[in-house]
Design a protein around this ligand. Structure first.
Ligand code: IMP
Ligand code: MG
Length: 171
């Protein structure tokens, strides 16, 4: 059963900090685009976008999946086509930075779609799992966690537990 690791109230206050920091960093940037990776970032981006007080923020969703089942990913990343974003700043939002392969692929795709600058923002970071071909670090991280498999607040295990309000460890 999932056991709480990061409680909802801690997530809430950290996400508010991240949103305010993002708004400060992006102030004056013309129509920044928040690109949320489905399905895992669904809870995080819903809260983060509402905690980012920028009048001209755009929100776009793309499905990204690293092929694999259960708690292992095989390494290849499937990504939907990104919208053109010539000259604009893109903020890629994901639930977790694990091997870093997903974000490396999305950052490359964002540049190919014309983004002038690409920032990355993740709720969770598992630095001990990083792959040499993956993105080394995200610009903004909510919480750094050890090498445990987590579910809840958008993260799933074979489709289950996404709806849990806390980030939990599977055991
Ligand atoms: P990466 O490409 O290895 O960095 O992994 C990215 C994706 O793997 C994340 O967006 C998650 O969907 C999934 N993932 C990695 N670690 C976990 C975990 O602990 N729980 C649930 N999903 C995870
Ligand atoms: Mg994901």
């Amino acid at each position: 059963m999932p056991r709480p690791l990061i409680r909802a109230h801690r997530i809430r206050s950290r996400v508010h900090q991240l949103g305010r920091a993002l708004a400060r960093d992006l102030a004056g940037t013309p129509s920044p685009l928040m690109l949320a990776l489905l399905d895992g970032s669904v809870c995080f981006v819903a809260d983060l976008a509402r905690a980012t007080p920028l009048p001209d923020l755009r929100l776009h969703f793309v499905r990204a999946s690293s092929y694999g089942a259960g708690t292992v990913s095989s390494g290849s990343v499937a990504l939907e086509t990104l919208p053109r974003c010539d000259g604009r700043t893109m903020v890629v939002v994901d639930d977790i930075l694990d091997t870093g392969r997903t974000l490396a692929a999305v950052v490359a795709a964002a540049r190919a779609a014309g983004a002038a600058a690409v920032r990355t923002c993740v709720l969770l970071d598992k630095p001990s799992r990083r792959d040499p071909t993956g993105l080394a670090s995200a610009d903004q991280v909510g919480f750094t966690i050890p090498d445990v498999f987590v579910v809840g607040y958008g993260l799933d295990h074979d489709g289950r537990y996404r709806h849990l309000p806390d980030v939990c460890v599977m055991e």
